[in-house]
Design a protein. Sequence first.
Length: 214
Amino acid sequence: METTQQTDQRSAAERRRRELLEAADRVVLREGPGASMNAIAAEAGITKPILYRHFGDKEGLYSALAVRHTDALVSALRSALDAPAERRRRVEATLDTYLAAIEARPQVYRFLMHPSEGGTSGEPGFEAGQHSAPLLRRLGEELGKVIEERLELGPGGEERARVWGHGVVGMAYAAGDWWLRERPCSREQLVSQLSDLLWGSLSMVEDRRGAPGL
C-alpha cells in the first residue's frame, strides 16, 4: 500500500512532468520540428540533464507530447461525433475539428507529423514516419472503436469499423497535410468535399439501437 509520502512524491513528479511538457509545448509552438532539448530546458529553467532524467531523450519527450496532443484530439473528435445533430453534420464537424486543430497549431502539427524536418544541430533528428505512423495508427484504432460503437455494421462489423477508421484517418491526414501546405481552398470547402467522399457508405448504414449515432 502506498504511503502518504509516496503519494505526495508521485503527485509532485506528475505535476513537474506536466510543467515540463507545457514548457516544451511553448518552444514547439515557436520553433516547430526545430525545437531542441537545450531550448526546452532553458524554457523550463532547468539543465538538459534534468530534462533527460524525466524523458530519457528527445524521442521520449516527443512520445510524451504525442500522447498529450493525441489524447486531446481524440477527446475533441469524440465530442464532435456525439454532438446533437444529424449524421452528415456530425461527419462535417468531426472533419472540421481535425482540420481546425492542425490549422490552429501548425508548428505543433509539424513537430508531431514531420519531425524529420527539424534537423537541430547537435541533436539526432527523426526518420520520416518513425513516430507519425504510430500516432496515425492510434487515431485510426480510436475512430474504428467509435464507428463500431455507433453503427450497426452486421457480421464482420468490427473488422469493417477498423478498416473505415484507418481509412478515414488516412484520408483526413493526407488531405489535411496537402491543404495546410498549399491552401488551395477554404477549410469549409475541404470539409464539404471530404464529407461528400465519405457520405456514400456512411449514409447507407443504420445507427446501433440506443447509440447516439455517427
